[in-house]
Ligand binder design. Sequence first.
Ligand code: FE2
Length: 376
Amino acid sequence: MAMPTQNLSPQTNATDFLPLKGTDHVEFYVGNARQAAYFYRAAFGMSLVAYSGPETGQRDHASYVLQQGKVRFVLTTALRPDSDIARHVQLHGDGVRAIALWVDDAHQAWLETTRRGAQSVQEPTEYSDEYGRVTIASIATYGDTIHTFIDRGHYTGTFFPGYQTITHDPIARPVGLLHIDHMVGNVGWNAMNQWVDFYANVMGFSLYQHFDDKDISTEYSALMSKVMANGNGYVKFPINEPAEGRRKSQIEEYLDFYQGPGVQHIALATSDILATVSALQRQGIDFLTIPHSYYTELQSRVGKIDEPVEELERLGILVDRDDEGYMLQIFTRPVEDRPTLFYEIIQRKGSRSFGKGNFKALFEAIEREQALRGNL
Ligand code: FE2
């Protein structure tokens, strides 16, 4: 069924050699996809829309496709120990394996990136069933994380050939999540610029914002971050590296427990953060808590905002403003027992920032949690 495509399409846009239509999906390798899927459905409100496993002829793994708005997650687990999926889970715990990017031509995306030095993980391969065909190809990025290019222009099925469609999910309790705003990678000491160069040279991204250890430091720890964005700005990847501080930084804690670089957090956009976060809290999602002093200073720092400050404080939502407007954001605790991947819920009201004014309050909140875990 799988056969490589051979046709090359001409480059249509000389300024963007890797045109991306957005994030297609994020694939996680997990220890028990059935139970992880229940968490994402009941707590995050995602709907199970497709499934692949032994019942559909898949012998060595099972995958659950979950969707809410344009956010699509695939939870994949190994059915046997001798598998790359099982090895990934043993080393990293549950985590992101693939950030899949939606393209018009997966073959061309693979060619353009590999000729610029990307390491190929999967050559362009076409899969088909009665609903049409999908072409995918993959390249390596930081750690064991990969980027998959996926072209589904000739496919009318729910997700991918071989998946069974689930038409109704009685467990899903949607909370208003719309799309992925950004996905952040943690890389090792002094490795940020190497990965910034990778996104610039191999994938045609450019530097969107930059934060140094003076922007992002507390009494104890520091980090540096550069945000890379693709040509149309639909895909944004901040890259963090640890910086020297008096204690262990949250990035070092992540690198210790993930056993290397990987995805640190996924920011999910909503148009009503008060409603979304209220629902998530009701459904069992744990967020970082922010001290009262943050809210007494809030109005003088960000000026007039639409949301009542006491509501923001009750929920623990942070606010930041720049020249273009403001944004509201909140961060979950890690969603695994290892202090690795967590989520951000974000609502933008004009601002395109990443919450620089909140970094100190946020990192102090994370450090309180690190101290509880004995990792500060
Ligand atoms: Fe973020």
